[in-house]
Design a protein around this ligand. Structure first.
Ligand SMILES: [Zn+2]
Length: 284
């Protein structure tokens, strides 16, 4: 496979992680309640710089034989270092019109931005776009309150304007869900609120093998090692931590591999309980 793609299978379901690109964020946004000295030591032990965190954007293509599903769409034209998803899909042999289901884990720009093309139209014309009904209501309602986010105001404004723009374009293709839902056989959307009100995780299960895509319930492996560390983009921080813990408990209990949209490419790996948190080892 070309650089930026990593193919593996979950039982009889073919999966390909596809890099949409990357953006770097201040470490203080990603680990907003971490003690600075502890955070510095943790970053140093992972040989990471102290100021900025490089954050990959990783979408997941799922091919079941009958269905072509894309989990998250990347950032579209919102930054110069991302927006590669359609090109990556084409290298993997998938045209936009072949995709029948797009899951939007949540309506932040790095997940929904690639759902519309450069002309402002739906990028996947034949797809149903699955997202949580609560997510739709939150971003399109009269009062979208982002005051609890611990990031600068311009970042909050960007979240809101992009969500409204994309959801407006996609409204005729949206399929809102209200609870845990099997979207196609073996692909299950799971409510995982906290990061946003309608944030979804996605499980893939086939022939006794399984993968849990955390979405943004953890945005860096350090969020698994230190389960109390919060992400400044979490709307309801305590709920986000509870959700992260329950997803990880489910994954450990069921022997699932773990993927997360912002983890180091190829973003899939194994997790095991360690020191009150979880240690993540990349690879399939
Ligand atoms: Zn994200």
């Amino acid at each position: 496979m070309p650089e930026g793609s990593h193919r593996f299978s979950v039982g009889s379901i073919n999966c390909t992680v596809l890099s949409d690109g990357y953006v770097s964020y201040p470490a203080s946004w990603f680990f907003c309640n971490a003690d600075p000295a502890t955070l510095n030591r943790a970053l140093e032990s992972h040989r990471l710089p102290a100021d900025d965190v490089l954050s990959p954007y990783t979408c997941l293509l799922i091919e079941t034989g009958r269905h072509v599903i894309l989990i998250d769409t990347g950032a579209g034209d919102t930054s110069r270092t991302s927006g590669a998803i359609v090109a990556r899909l084409e290298i993997a042999g998938i045209r936009p019109k072949d995709v029948d289901t797009v899951v939007i884990t949540h309506a932040h720009p790095d997940h929904i931005g690639g759902a519309i093309d450069l002309c402002g139209r739906s990028a996947f014309p034949n797809a149903r776009y699955v997202l949580s009904e609560i997510e739709w209501e939150f971003w399109t309602g009269a009062r979208t309150d982002l005051s609890s986010l611990r990031v600068p105001d311009p970042a909050k404004e960007a979240l809101q304007s992009m969500a409204r723009r994309c959801l407006g374009v996609l409204r005729h293709q949206l399929e809102p869900i209200q609870r845990e839902t099997e979207l196609v056989p073996g692909v299950i959307a799971i409510p995982a609120p906290g990061h946003t009100p309608g944030h979804l995780a996605v499980a893939i299960e086939s022939d006794g093998k399984s993968l849990l895509n955390l979405g943004d319930a953890a945005v860096h492996p350090l969020h698994l090692e230190e389960p109390g560390w919060q992400n400044g983009f979490d709307l309801v921080p305590e709920q986000a931590l509870t959700t992260r813990r329950s997803l990880m408990q489910r994954a450990i209990a069921d022997g699932m591999r773990i993927m997360a949209f912002h983890f180091p490419f190829p973003s899939v790996g194994r997790a095991e309980a360690s020191n009150g948190g979880w240690h993540w080892t990349p690879g399939w």
